[in-house]
Ligand binder design. Sequence first.
Ligand code: FE
Ligand code: FE
Ligand code: MG
Length: 164
Amino acid sequence: MTDEIVKRLKAALASEWQAYYQYWVSAVIAIGKGMPGIVNEFKDHADEEKEHADLIAERLYQLGETPVFRPSDWEANADCPYPHYDGMTTLVLLDQNLEAEKCAVKNYQELAKLTAEADDFATNDMVVEILRDENEHETDLAKLKFYIMAQNGNQDSPNKPVNE
Ligand code: FE
Ligand code: FE
Ligand code: MG
């Protein structure tokens, strides 16, 4: 276990809370705009980001470290940016979440490498498990985006309902 790994785990935890909240916001906006087809995916992903936060927080405690608890510290500690919400459309929402997933994938790939190099197999196991989910999230969003673009004839229409 290296200081770098602990630092990256704390950043990952802050990012997971941001990701959880980002999907929660996305689901609320999608409901508000009458886009039921994407609400469930956003809610599912929110739940999974929260599970990632649980796993990382538990691991930090096992390592004798204290997780970042203050919401105001999340953005400063997170290793992925939090988006601005204005002029939301379905495609903008999907793109923002895709960006977040790409950032998460990159960070967990780096953490997977770091933990393997440090022979920290317990943390490596957890990180690889989370990475699998983040890759799946990215694929799910990319599919949704493709589907919505096809439905809209490649033009975004924020208020158009999407059927599953
Ligand atoms: Fe996550
Ligand atoms: Fe994710
Ligand atoms: Mg999914």
